[in-house]
Write a protein that binds this ligand. Structure first.
Ligand SMILES: [Zn+2]
Length: 254
């Protein structure tokens, strides 16, 4: 006999994954600052992935990124970074330019707790007549303060090398776990008080020129950050592979 008044079994419902959720959050923060969202192809020519970004064929930086090549198609790769968006966007838009470009990127490397062959980055590009490093610092500070939901957030720049920016900087954010204390036993910043968070710099004149922009009149900054890394830091995830294992209890906790 069927008792139609008995409570039923609750069906398991799906929910969106923490990575696309984080991309949406990043997009919200930047669009509030006046940025537009741009996209470029994941299958890309060497021209846009390397050459236009000031990485010629014989440049040692070309070896810094292990690349997946498309079999049977000459000079075509799975993009190794979202930076391919830069020149593609500049070619079709006049300054002022203010974009972010989140998306999937690929590296042909061995997989471990901090490396996946496929992950996500978010590129940023701002070009105008008076854009400077101080604008970059302001934008990144605004973003990181909101992303980590910590009003005491501070950032610092250290010199860094990326072929498509000059000068280039490594950006550190103050540790949100221990409150930027040095010498503490903190497993997030290892006691330094700072966390390496992203790379950035002023767009190299060669890259501006590759995008058809007059480098004598315009200048700009660019930055790139790893989205999985941001999520791992924010939520204390130790292993990047957890995001793609399909483990329901792990995914449901966010
Ligand atoms: Zn710390």
């Amino acid at each position: 006999m069927i008792d139609v008044t008995r409570p039923g079994t609750k069906p398991q419902t799906g929910k969106s994954h923490i990575i696309p959720n984080t991309i949406r959050q990043i997009e919200q923060i930047f669009t509030r600052m006046g940025f537009e969202i741009a996209q470029a192809n994941e299958v890309e020519t060497e021209q846009y992935n390397f050459d236009a970004l000031n990485v010629p064929e014989d440049h040692p930086a070309r070896d810094m990124q292990d690349t997946f090549w498309i079999a049977g198609v000459e000079q075509t790769v799975l993009r190794t970074h979202t930076s391919n968006t830069q020149v593609r966007y500049m070619e079709s838009h006049e300054p002022p330019i203010r974009i972010i470009a989140p998306g999937r990127v690929y590296r042909n490397e061995s997989i471990d707790a901090t490396h996946e062959a496929q992950f996500h980055q978010c590129e940023g590009l701002v070009v105008g007549e008076t854009i400077s490093l101080s604008n970059l610092k302001h934008v990144l500070l605004e973003f990181l303060t909101e992303f980590f939901d910590n009003p005491d957030t501070n950032i610092r720049f250290r010199p860094g090398y990326f072929p498509f920016v000059e000068p280039g900087v490594e950006v550190d954010v103050s540790c949100f776990r221990c409150g930027n204390q040095t010498g503490q036993e903190c497993n997030v910043c290892k006691g330094s008080g700072w966390i390496e968070i992203l790379g950035a710099g002023m767009v190299h004149p060669h890259t501006l020129a590759a995008g058809g922009i007059d480098a004598d009149k315009y200048q700009g900054f660019a930055f790139g950050m790893g989205i999985e890394r941001l999520v791992m830091l924010k939520y204390g995830v130790d292993d990047i592979r957890d995001f793609y294992d399909g483990d329901i209890p792990f995914i449901s906790q966010f």
